[in-house]
Design a protein around this ligand. Structure first.
Ligand SMILES: N[C@@H](CCC(=O)N[C@@H](CS)C(=O)NCC(=O)O)C(=O)O
Length: 212
């Protein structure tokens, strides 16, 4: 069985989305990152970069497998199940390029914007401007892609959509004071958020909360 180590932040929610779609039983170990549980030695043995998400797959080929980095985990689970990632061909590489675009671009830029623009007590104007401009640019890129294709990889829902959805959902809920114009101008993103957000697995995944 898969054990997921996560917290319901956008990077953690990606794995809830994936595992709910796959429909196989899995266990969740909530890692309370606000209480620094990501620095516990037992968690660091699985995720040495002290970040969620991580998994342990007890039933991996060759024995138990621990993995960190959401993009690698999504790719592993997709290949193992033969779902949400084409095995070969252009659709596979479309999905991979948008998955990497999220991991290397959209996630870090929105993360920094959230820190400087919302969570930090000091509201430093240069980083807020820099990350607002970059987030606006990236959302424009996403909007153009979703104007030419139903999903990121083309006709089929894939791990690229799974990786991007929780970030864009959080941005559209929280970042209106910072990048409201970019969000309002992104009608293709809005159409895609509605379609992805209506999937039963996405509804179930986004409702997952740690026990009180
Ligand atoms: N590139 C990593 C990013 C993971 C990440 O930033 N996770 C955050 C939560 S959304 C975290 O664990 N933060 C805890 C910390 O930085 O100490 C991935 O995609 O898995």
């Amino acid at each position: 069985m898969i054990t997921l180590y996560a917290w319901p932040t956008p990077n953690g929610q990606k794995l809830f989305l994936m595992l709910e779609e796959l429909g196989e039983p899995y266990k969740t170990h909530f890692v309370h990152i606000g209480r620094d549980e990501q620095f516990d030695p037992a968690f660091l043995a699985i995720s040495p970069n002290n970040k969620i998400p991580a998994i342990v797959d007890d039933a991996a080929d060759g024995g138990p497998l621990a993995m960190f980095e959401s993009g690698a985990i999504l790719t592993y689970l997709a290949d193992k199940a033969g779902r949400f990632l084409a095995p070969t061909g252009a659709a596979r590489w479309q999905a991979m390029q948008w998955l990497h675009w999220q991991i290397g671009g959209l996630g870090p830029m929105l993360g920094q914007l959230g820190f400087y623009g919302l969570r930090s007590e000091e509201k430093a104007s240069l980083p807020i401007r820099r990350f607002s401009e970059e987030a606006t640019r990236l959302i424009g890129v996403l909007n153009r892609r979703l104007g030419e294709a139903r999903f990121l990889a083309g006709d089929d829902y894939s791990i690229a959509d799974i990786a991007i959805y929780p970030w864009m959902k959080a941005a559209s809920a929280n970042f209106v004071p910072l990048i409201g114009e970019a969000l309002a101008a992104s009608s293709n993103v809005a159409r895609w958020l509605d379609e992805v957000g209506a999937r039963p697995a996405v509804i179930a995944a986004m409702a997952i909360k740690p026990p009180a």
